[in-house]
Design a protein around this ligand. Sequence first.
Ligand code: 2BA
Length: 106
Amino acid sequence: MAIIHDEDSFHIMDLLGERGFSVTKLASTGGFLRAGNTTLICGVEDAKASELTELIEKTCKARKQKKLISDGVFSGMSESGMPYPVEVNVGGATIFVVNVEEFKKV
Ligand code: 2BA
């Protein structure tokens, strides 16, 4: 189970699909910030567990990114009339590796 940023969800879902992992994506909300995030549930054999966590770690790594923002809420523009770049933190993953007692498909 991995809680990741929404921004990383499309990329990691594509990669997991390409590598043959089954995955379920849930829209979730962080209890502290009350902001949207994404929770992935992925059931795997023990032998594939480290490949899965490594893939998530690489793809969803916390990093700084330049984003264009505007300070004029109403105009959508800065004083110069142009949106400007700011550095923001994106990505990161909180991963829970849980043993499954029983797995059934009926
Ligand atoms: P992270 O620790 O990277 O956590 C990101 C999201 O992962 C959390 O969103 C939550 O949805 C989930 N998560 C993290 N640890 C968890 C756990 N042990 N059990 C279940 N879910 C877990 P938010 O709760 O909205 O937290 C967003 C960020 O705010 C956290 O980033 C952390 O940097 C900070 N934060 C969270 N709780 C805090 C607290 N009590 N005091 C100060 N800062 C806190």
